[in-house]
Design a protein around this ligand. Sequence first.
Ligand SMILES: [Zn+2]
Length: 309
Amino acid sequence: MVTGLYSHSACLSHDTGEGHPECADRLRVILARLEGEEFLYLDRREAPRATPAQISRVHPGAYVDQVMAAIPARGLNYVDGDTVVSPGSGEAALRAAGAVCAAVDAVMGGELRNAFCAVRPPGHHAEPDQAMGFCLFNNVAIGATHARDRWGIQRVAVVDFDVHHGNGTQAAFESDAGLFYASTHQMPLYPGTGAAGEHGVAGNIVNLPLRPYAGSSEFRAACERSLLPKLEQFAPELLIVSAGFDAHVADPLAQLQLTDQDYYWITEKLLQVASRTAQGRVVSALEGGYDLPALASATAAHVRALMLA
Ligand SMILES: [Zn+2]
């Protein structure tokens, strides 16, 4: 079995306007990097659209209608202070969420060992009824709830190493003991949630805030001391990764100092837990990452580790 790579050209047509950090070039540099020879054996698949039923497990129908109604026929429209939509954004958002659901199906069904979804817009800031932080639909939460309903499993975990706290995923998961969310993130930083004391209804939320300028040693220590043991204790039957690469030392939006090697390291550690509790089933989805060369190299390190699982 091999690693899958899900993407769709529609994700390039989500236009956020001149100078916006969450730009289509992010996806272009990732896809170009994954054309390299070492990635020859990725199983490349086109992302389908998420269905209304899949999205409705996280977002009320009225919210979905509101997002779609905000998509302009031309030009740009702001759905919050930094979340911009263009004519192609609705299709991109459906493909981004659909990629994670399709990857879940392929991994749960035994067609793929694991998968990476190179998609945008990202999702982890999208709350059930609130678009924010460049995010429209919560791709990983939609994938997690789809996995549980479609495949009859009890426990799904999301691990989020984006530099920002995934407030949307936490909001979707915190009152559901069958869903687990663990996040490393810089604090203080947008969106301001993710304090260590936020535990969820059953200890199913694990927040590991890191101070600005923390680097590899602090990140790895937090993972080894808390994130990885608590993840293993939860014993997920499927692990979904919110793979943001903006904790990289080169990233302009935050001050953590991770390197490509740290992304390889955490991916390997997560795969080891998944091999013990989830038959190795891992689906990863792109979140942030705004320095284009660092985004490409860190994503390559992450996908390399997935392929060597
Ligand atoms: Zn981020």
